[in-house]
Design a protein around this ligand. Structure first.
Ligand code: HPA
Ligand code: ZN
Length: 338
């Protein structure tokens, strides 16, 4: 077997967890096309070839515009159920055992899905994910930052009033430029006091100051992306010392044109500074990414050994919000593969 296919087989065998994937962005092209057929005039293609073109992004803002167009097609609890089960099927096929999935309730409600319908679809989808696909799902409810403090307040209220099974964390997504993390401090403080973990996006599309703000103002326990931390040696040291994991999504960063290529991605520098790096997909079909693919491409670009890949998979287990007994079981399983 050529070395890269032997490595691909090894990656496929590894039990994995995914810590940064958006529910809307996990919709398969077939699902997006089907939703688009139900909403003529939405501007989202109904044809798979055209969809591939539609999912070619000029920059991060263009990506967000496309993402929001897809999001607007989701209008029923059955849509949410289907997305959740579709994601679980994709994860299960890659030996991914557990995922923390980002959901943006405020945007769904603005797009005409009721809060109750969202919760119903999440609950039934999560049950089916476990029973039909053997994948455990947890939720991160995140604030769409571009909609400001109203979205912050409403997301907090929705999360704490409903507190669905599996809700583990509170996030912040959307653009970073012009959307300071500190604006959302009161909502993160309240969410943390209520026992939710803090996992804002930061340092994906802006510099290290945003990551510092996520840590100091929002009490970030993990950072969504955090890529630009690589430019700040003091921040690298802080992340390593305090063991604040980064949810690194290399292909996403290439496809939204934040970095030139996976080879040019600062993931090597992050690892060299002892940062707890985890590998994730973000919005897999939109970026042509898979979880196995992220491990493989990083292994190839960085010349990682199998032992180093097992360590990366272990980082994600340690950085997850799973219970300790479950973490230990997954780590033991990983040790037996490695
Ligand atoms: N960053 C911010 N917001 C998002 C992303 C992302 O990578 N994906 C979907 N919404
Ligand atoms: Zn993201």
């Amino acid at each position: 077997m050529p070395e890269n296919s032997a490595m691909a087989a090894f990656v496929a065998e590894l039990p994995k967890v995914e810590l940064h994937v958006h529910l809307v962005g996990s919709a398969s092209p077939a699902t997006v096309a089907r939703l688009a057929r139900r909403h003529p005039g939405s501007g989202v293609p109904t044809d798979l070839t055209e969809l591939r073109e539609f999912f070619t992004f000029r920059d991060f803002d263009h990506f967000l515009t496309v993402y929001w167009a897809v999001q607007s097609l989701i209008t029923t609890s059955a849509d949410i159920h289907d997305l959740v089960v579709g994601l679980a099927a994709d994860l299960s096929a890659q030996r991914c055992r557990y995922a923390e999935v980002t959901v943006t309730p405020y945007n769904h409600v603005l797009d005409g899905l009721s809060g109750d319908a969202l919760l119903e679809g999440l609950a039934s989808g999560r049950n089916a994910a476990a029973t039909e696909h053997g994948v455990d799902l947890a939720w991160c409810f995140d604030i769409p930052g571009e909609k400001g403090t109203t979205a912050g307040r409403e997301t907090l209220i929705f999360a704490l009033r409903n507190r669905p099974d599996g809700l583990v964390s509170f996030g912040l997504g959307g653009p970073e430029i012009g959307v300071g993390r500190a604006l959302f401090e009161p909502f993160f403080t309240a969410a943390r006091e209520a026992g939710l973990h803090s996992v804002p996006h930061a340092g994906e599309t802006s510099g290290p100051a945003t990551v510092w703000s996520a840590i100091h103002d929002l009490g970030a326990e993990r950072i969504g992306h955090g890529t630009s931390s690589a430019a700040d040696p003091a921040l690298l040291a802080y992340l390593a010392e305090h063991r604040i994991p980064l949810e690194v999504c290399p292909t996403s960063n290439v496809r939204t044109r934040q970095v030139e290529s996976v080879a040019a991605h600062p993931v090597r520098r992050l690892l060299d500074h002892g940062v707890l790096v985890t590998l994730n997909t973000d919005d897999p079909p939109m970026f042509g990414a898979t979880l196995n693919g992220e491990y493989l491409t990083v292994a190839e670009c960085l010349g990682l050994t199998r032992t180093e890949l097992v360590a990366l998979a272990g980082n994600a287990v340690r950085a997850s919000f799973l219970q300790d007994t479950r973490k230990e079981a997954l780590l033991a399983e990983l040790a037996s593969v490695g």
